[in-house]
Design a protein around this ligand. Sequence first.
Ligand SMILES: [Zn+2]
Length: 565
Amino acid sequence: MKYSLIFAACLMLTACATTQTPLTARTEASGAERPPEQLALAFEHADLNLRIEPSSKTIRGDVTLTFQARSPLRRVLLDLDNHFTIDAIAADGTLLPATAWNNPDGRLSIELPRPLAAGEQVKVRVQYHGAPHVAKRAPWDGGFVWATTPDGQPWVASAVQGEGCDLFWPCIDHPQGRAKLVDQHITVPAPLVAAGAGVAMGMDEKDGWRTWHWRAKNPSTYGISINVGPYKLLSEDYRSRYGNTIPLRFWYLPTSEAKAKELLKEFPLILDFFESTIGPYPFADEKMGVVETPHKGMEHQTINAYGNEYAKTMYGYDDLLQHEFAHEYFGNQVTNANWDDMWIHEGLGSYMQPLYMQYLRGDQEYYASLMRMRAAITNTAPLVSGKPHTEEDVYDTKRGGPGQDIYVKGALTMHTLRELIGDKAFFKAVREEVYGTDHPQPGKLAPRYGSTPEFVNLASQASGQDLQWFFDVYMYQKDLPELLATPAGDRLSLRWKTENNKPFPMPVEVRVGNKIETVAMQDGTGSVALPAGATWTLDPHSKVLRRLEHIEAFQAYEKNKRKKS
Ligand SMILES: [Zn+2]
């Protein structure tokens, strides 16, 4: 999701009362350590039959999940919000007695009728119904959004990044809980449209209900979403620079037609930026899909939620559309192995905005875009803890998480890395992180998991230098490095100051008079000649992210102003 609105969302949240029974702690958390029974499952297929009933704000689910056991297994453990009433559970077609399963707190435990040997498959069918958790202000808190369009028709969406897939279907709520194949059969009152992930397999209409069938390969767990409305569809085919053709699809509200047609013109521009800068669009054989939603936005694989209301900015592009699309690469193609590595989604994803600006417009927009993010860095906690984390552990600063720094500090760290090692090495490392290869070919790509230690290695290999020191300071420590500069006689002496005196051999440019000199700073110190009366500027081309007292003063001033108002 998009960082710039996090503040607004949090303020709104406290003002929003709700009458729902709260979620259990287990359901509210996403990405907690999986028990051995879940680690033993290879998730082959999910067949989701979901009937969406806007008039009663309820859903009815009939879900069949196919698993292969990696090791012997007596029971299947799934995650499902315990507010749903479970009507029946079957294993391989055999209806199980109600004593064989229970779901006290959101961990649905199912005793299998016979133990499963390693390599054997089981089909678990769960039928359930109820009112799914309603989001107070999606996407910052997750759940269903039961809205109506400007002309009064049902407009339904889900966004569950924070709480996970278990808010509306039985799943494994962990980034590594992806199913290899997901079929969605979404039933909605006619003539509503359900836009889904992957490829459109058809629609059947019967007794006033429409069932839309979608099939997606390897979608991310929170990438499975519900999008229902009186949609119209814009379709175009895009000829990729790699020779393949990519379907462009945009489901929009009929009341937005003129604006939707304008926005569609941005799709090919965004695609070509990513394909030329990073590599082939990972889901070209499915689609680049976008759907207009009642909530702001979310990176739902091949069906990105768009609720930016066609806003205009001085940069001349839709930053929300572009941000969510960045997640097709950073989030859906490469997925964090653990939420602790979430900066890979949001930091690299956010850095694609200034990069897009440099590509499309020029340096002014690149640096302006970076500056906006620079002013928002808070350094409340390290970006990466090195320990398994849930989504909340990362997003919630009150729980010691880095919060929005995964976006803004992540992006500025990538800018600094790019300046340090150069474009060739930087984009090679990023490409290998995204695809697992520097030579990605369309049609031969599969989503993968990435981690921070892996990226440290990739950047080190691509640049031919050990960059552990760089990541130690920028990602594993909270404070930014500070460049201390002291004029002494006819020299300007320089020293990097870091938290815990970590080594930081970061070269830095200094302008003295009209000359720019690069100081190697091998042992964290250095100096330049400073003739009497000469003017000087540290890092005149803004290459290095570092502590700046004036930004802290500005942030304190702004905070105080908000408090007063
Ligand atoms: Zn995002």
